[in-house]
Ligand binder design. Structure first.
Ligand code: ADP
Ligand code: MG
Length: 240
């Protein structure tokens, strides 16, 4: 479970997270939607400890992310993250790219890492691309490789930050389908996305972010289909 309580986060004088509360239960899929600059990416970075916070707390399975004694590297192994783009190592093939973290971080043997990587690459539909170099993949295939790479670490949580935003429109669907499968498998996910119909489909709850706060949160049939706040409605109108 991810518990975010009264989190404030500033970059110098600029406060970008202004007291966010959000709890994500095991197995839950929560989408975060909202305008550019509202603090969505920053929140994800705080959750996996890539950014510090000024006050409040974030706990992952009860462990305080920003506490002094926390083994942040160990905690991060539980949390897979997929960004708009991941720059794979160009001189390693797809299989080797996905094997890297299990080998280096988890200390898996070559055979074990390969088994994990093949399993996850098969899961995302890239079983026929194992020996291909990343530069030869389409954008959609590269993002699916990024998902496989995160999954090869056997995370308990997956965070997606606009995983399809950099893709040509015709490639978006294959990546969303992969994310949908993961959601259906019961993965606990937080996804920042502008794909509103997708968010409506896969999410247990949708959070509308505005100016560093959760402005409205609830099931998709409320937040997306019947928003209670005028700002939520206005945002949704602006993205379709
Ligand atoms: P979103 O993902 O919702 O578009 P971000 O979390 O990326 O928003 O950014 C929120 C605000 O924080 C923006 O004003 C952005 O310019 C600022 N910001 C993000 N990262 C940094 C940083 N590393 N240093 C300074 N300001 C930042
Ligand atoms: Mg962002």
């Amino acid at each position: 479970m991810i518990e975010i309580e009264k989190v404030h986060k500033s970059f110098k004088d600029l406060e970008v997270i202004k007291g966010v509360d959000l709890t994500v239960q095991k197995g839950e899929v929560v989408s975060i939607v909202g305008g550019s600059g509202s603090g969505k990416s920053t929140l994800l970075m705080c959750i996996n400890g890539l950014e510090n916070i000024q006050s409040g707390s974030i706990r992952v399975d009860g462990t305080e992310v920003h506490a002094k004694g926390t083994d942040i590297n160990k905690l991060r192994q539980k949390i897979g993250i997929v960004f708009q783009q991941w720059n794979a190592f160009p001189h390693l093939n797809v299989l080797e790219n996905v094997m890297l973290a299990p080998r280096k971080v988890l200390g898996k043997s070559r055979a074990e890492a390969e088994e994990l990587a093949v399993k996850q690459l098969t899961h995302v539909g890239l079983a026929d691309k194992l020996k291909v170099f990343p530069g030869k993949l389409s954008g959609g295939q590269q993002q699916r490789m990024a998902i496989a790479r995160a999954l090869a670490m056997s995370p308990d949580y997956m965070l997606f930050d606009e995983a399809t935003s950099a893709l040509d429109p015709q490639l978006v669907g294959e990546v969303l389908d992969t994310m949908r499968l993961l959601a259906e498998d019961g993965m606990t996910m937080i996804l920042v996305t502008h794909e509103i119909p997708f968010a409506r489909d896969v999410s247990d709850r949708v959070a509308f972010f505005r100016e560093g706060l959760v402005h409205e949160i609830g099931p998709p049939d409320q937040v997306i289909d019947n928003p209670q706040k005028p700002e939520t409605a206005a945002f949704l109108k602006s993205v379709v």
